[in-house]
Write a protein that binds this ligand. Structure first.
Ligand SMILES: [Zn+2]
Length: 387
């Protein structure tokens, strides 16, 4: 990811108005997890360890667009999400780039977990989704660049989150099929994991040389209409919140709240960090500086934004929660952005904090199991007493 830029101020005014509406609809249906439920959240354990983690280690290779490393990363996602029995999709496209007049092939990947009674194509317009997003490509220079925080670790964190909530989501839907009267339409939401290609510039970051995958997909989803009389008119409008993880995994992260329109979501996430930290459930410890320090922020400077994969979606009106460290990690775009420079505790904690957010989003408290669905729980990992 790349640089600080500006967003048109008219857009910001529009987003501010939307913020009010989002806030009203969001707080009324939020499902806060109890302390007992937080303790049951599955731990990543060693799966995000740079040397032995089965989710992260395969991604700690150069993943330049249209190379074997990129294809290996894609196969890793394909195997993982097909083992989870999610629906898989690929957006393959080719276009010239600043270093090639011949079209270069790109591949975006997404996997969805939707209510089982809504998986058929004709129901697609009826399902809104929380979307967890990261880019999986790595920068072409310097040669051999890994991009551990940029964004191998965020991709692996999202894989953990998907696995951590998969069982609870399915148990909730089984209960919905049995006792439909106890649920509301909002409970029919699906979850999407979106892993984008071509985020990095081949030469210098510009609007033409960057976020190739995101630009292509935002256009495609905006023009892919759902059936007439659908709840959501096109694929883009079925994104309830676009949560973009980037430049995460380095020590001492600080992620500000960037958008007033989604500050309500940031506040839920920041609340969860404070509660998890207070309960001693984060590996970085009770006294660590907050990763998410802006819970009580009230003033949002106009025009300040970081250019990243969310921009094409933001410009089309999608609500964005941008989880990107600012300042950027000190290893950013250097050969030191590798596994050895990741902070293992911080990596695990990000995965847990965002898992908790997803569990609250879907109201999963009754469906979490005491054994962390076989992954062990964060309280066991930290030798706390189970409730
Ligand atoms: Zn980058």
């Amino acid at each position: 990811m790349a640089r600080i830029g500006t967003v048109d101020s008219c857009l910001l005014i529009a987003y501010s108005l939307l913020a009010f509406c989002s806030f009203i609809t969001s707080v009324s249906s939020w499902n806060r997890l109890s302390d007992g439920a937080l303790k049951k959240l599955p731990s990543p354990g060693d799966t995000l360890h740079p040397d032995k983690g089965k989710l992260l280690k395969p991604l700690l290779i150069p993943r330049v667009v249209n190379t074997e490393g990129s294809r290996k990363a894609l196969r890793h996602f394909t195997t993982f999400f097909s083992d989870l029995n999610w629906s898989l999709n690929y957006d393959n496209f080719s276009q010239p780039t600043v270093i090639s007049k011949d079209p270069v092939p790109f591949a975006n990947f997404w996997a969805t977990l939707d209510p089982p009674w809504k998986t058929q194509e004709r129901h697609q317009g009826e399902i809104g989704r929380l979307v967890l997003v990261a880019h999986y490509d790595s920068k072409i220079e310097p040669a051999g660049f890994i991009g551990a925080t940029d964004s191998a670790a965020p991709c692996a964190m999202i894989m953990h989150i998907a696995k951590a909530i998969d069982g609870a989501m399915r148990r909730k839907w089984a209960k919905m099929e049995k006792d439909a009267d106890e649920f509301e339409m909002a409970d029919e939401q699906g979850l999407m994991v979106l892993l984008l290609d071509g985020e990095e510039a081949f030469k210098w970051w510009s609007s033409e040389d960057s976020i190739y995958g995101a630009r292509h997909l935002a256009e495609k989803w905006e023009s892919t209409m759902n059936a007439a009389h659908s709840t959501y008119k096109n694929h883009l409008s079925s994104i309830n919140l676009f949560v973009l993880l980037d430049l995460l995994g380095a020590p001492m992260p600080r992620v500000p709240s960037y958008f007033k329109v989604t500050h309500w979501a940031y506040q839920h996430l920041a609340d969860l960090e404070i509660r998890l930290r207070g309960l001693g459930l984060l590996e970085s410890g009770k006294d660590h500086a907050l990763f998410l320090p802006d819970r009580d922020k009230t003033v949002f400077p106009e025009g300040l934004s970081i250019e990243d994969d969310h921009i094409p979606f933001l410009k089309k009106g999608v609500d964005i929660l941008h989880l990107i460290a600012s300042p950027f990690p000190s290893v950013w775009h250097t050969m030191n952005d590798d596994g050895a420079h990741l902070d293992k505790q911080v990596v695990n904690d990000w995965a847990v904090i965002v898992s908790a957010f997803v569990a609250e989003w879907y109201g999963l408290e009754p469906y979490l199991t005491a054994n962390g669905d076989g992954m062990s729980t964060i309280s066991k990992r930290l030798n706390k007493t189970e409730l």
